[in-house]
Design a protein around this ligand. Structure first.
Ligand code: SAM
Ligand code: SF4
Ligand code: F3S
Length: 466
């Protein structure tokens, strides 16, 4: 009789990959996996590694969920609507399991790193076979091995502090690549679930990062996105003194025609050294995403952001003194618990002063387990929505005015796709991360082109190929 394996005593991940591969090879046709990542680019990068593990096991891939033998949702927990979307999606695929009982359904990522969510899935979504948290890359092969040996439900929500290296990624793009440089977060902003689901900060070894970027550039990748929840605290846990600016300068030495971008930077750790590196390194894109969250000192304090509006503006002035048009973008939270009308006016005032090229604004969402979840909040939802509309309208005006600076200029653009709205037009991003549209042949996608800007709009400039 077959016994179900003990999850604490499974063979190594490599041995499990091999065993599952042999098991799958007995099937008459190659099994296909449907993999979808929600959330931020770090989660998408994890999803690409999970696809890499599935590929090593012998899976092919499909975008048609009906044809899949394995469905993997890599989830996000940052706001309530992100979680609701995943639960809605899980409900909608129940019929697939009913029609095909051998279908394997896995849920991984930030949402299922919360034990209460894993419990809910176990009890209310019985068609799910495997639940993993944010250490899914370390554990997926072993969970599939356990499933193959008859374990009806396999779960491991623990955050492992190891950094698996040498993992194959099935990358979504052939010219843009994400490279996580660190994992986890130590900041505990009071609204944010991320430190609870991704654990403490840990940096990858610099030589592993440099080798990966060298290989990507050699393979023809044109844009390298360095990722971490707070990239500018990179290296604080490493013994050899490599910090984020030194990593940027080391990467900049790699020869080739490519750009480096990164996100996200916490303003408290955005040093002059980091800004100097951006301005001085030729491969670094001239854009900085510096999420301020609020323009009120009282709110920033309750958010535990550990900077004041003035300290933030000081950093903005540093970079703008050296490049007056330097492109900045931000994240903003509207309606943090007990945000007053005056606090909100502070956010609008800060936006008028910084003049961001773009902002990502979110209405505060209560996350169970965070400190802000138990803070009193007397602001009605309708008031929060109205503030959000005012904020977006202001940003629209600023973006329209800011974008006029590009009129008549020639911009270097990485062409990245075909315009969905205007057939025949291509889209791309400039060094400043500006969205640029121009008429061109689809064969240009994935290469750098020069575009002369003839029209500017909100969030978009258009031009002609030079
Ligand atoms: N680590 C990055 C940082 O500090 O800038 C970004 C982390 S988070 C994934 C991306 C953005 O989501 C945050 O900058 C914040 O604006 C927003 N966010 C996080 N928690 C939120 C919450 N509970 N409600 C609304 N927005 C939230
Ligand atoms: Fe969340 Fe703050 Fe960490 Fe960003 S820095 S992930 S907002 S706790
Ligand atoms: Fe979401 Fe996790 Fe990223 S909560 S935003 S997927 S780090």
């Amino acid at each position: 009789m077959q016994t179900t394996p003990d999850l604490a005593n499974l063979p190594s991940p490599a041995a499990c990959v091999q065993a599952v591969r042999e098991w799958l090879s007995e099937r008459p046709e190659q099994p296909l996996a449907y993999v979808h990542s929600f959330g931020c680019q770090l989660n998408v990068a994890d999803g690409e590694k999970l696809s890499g593990i599935l590929m090593e096991m012998g899976f092919g891939f499909t975008d048609d969920i009906e044809k899949a033998s394995l469905i993997l949702y890599n989830t996000c927990a940052v706001r309530e609507n992100a979680e609701d979307r995943v639960l809605g999606t899980l409900g909608s695929i129940k019929r697939l399991k009913r029609d095909n009982p051998s279908l394997i359904i896995c849920v991984t990522g930030c949402m299922t790193a919360q034990q209460q969510v894993a419990d809910k899935i176990h009890t209310s979504y019985k068609h799910v076979d495997i639940v993993l948290g944010t250490s899914a890359v370390s554990r997926l092969a072993q969970m599939l091995y356990a499933h193959m040996h008859g374990l009806r439900y396999a779960e491991d929500t623990q955050v492992y502090m190891d950094i698996p290296e040498g993992q194959v990624s099935v990358r979504e793009s052939r010219f843009k690549a994400s490279v996580p440089i660190m994992f986890g977060c130590n900041n505990f902003c009071t609204y944010c679930i991320v430190p609870y689901v991704r654990g403490r900060e840990r940096s990858r070894r610099p030589e592993a990062i440099i080798a990966e970027v060298q290989q990507l550039v050699a393979d023809g990748y044109k844009e390298i996105m360095l990722l971490g929840q707070n990239v500018n605290s990179y290296g604080k846990d490493l013994a050899d003194g490599m910090d984020f600016p030194s990593l940027l300068r080391a990467l900049d030495k790699i020869e080739g025609d490519y750009w480096i971008r990164f996100m996200s930077s916490h303003p408290k750790d955005a040093t002059p050294g980091m800004m100097d590196a951006i301005l001085e390194c030729s491969h670094l894109a001239k854009h900085l995403h510096l999420p301020v969250q609020s323009g009120s000192d009282a709110v920033l304090d309750r958010m535990n952001r550990r900077y004041t509006v003035e300290a933030y503006l000081e950093k903005v002035r540093y970079i703008r003194t050296r490049d007056p048009e330097f492109s900045l973008t931000s994240d903003l939270i509207v309606g943090f618990p007990d945000e007053t009308a005056e606090d909100f006016e502070g956010t609008l005032a800060l936006m008028r002063e910084v003049r961001y090229d773009n902002v990502y604004a979110f209405i505060y969402s209560k996350r169970t387990g965070t400190k802000a979840a138990v803070m009193p909040d007397g602001t009605p939802d309708a008031e929060k929505s109205e503030r959000m509309q005012r904020l977006l309208a202001l940003q629209r005006d600023i973006s329209v005015e800011n974008n006029r600076r590009f009129l008549g200029r020639s911009m270097r653009v990485l062409a990245d796709g075909e315009s969905r709205k205007r057939p025949g037009m291509l889209t791309g991003r400039s060094s400043e991360n500006m969205l640029v549209e121009f008429a061109g042949d689809a064969a240009l996608i994935g290469s750098f082109v020069n575009v002369k800007i003839t029209e500017t709009h909100n969030g978009l400039v258009t031009g002609i190929l030079i």
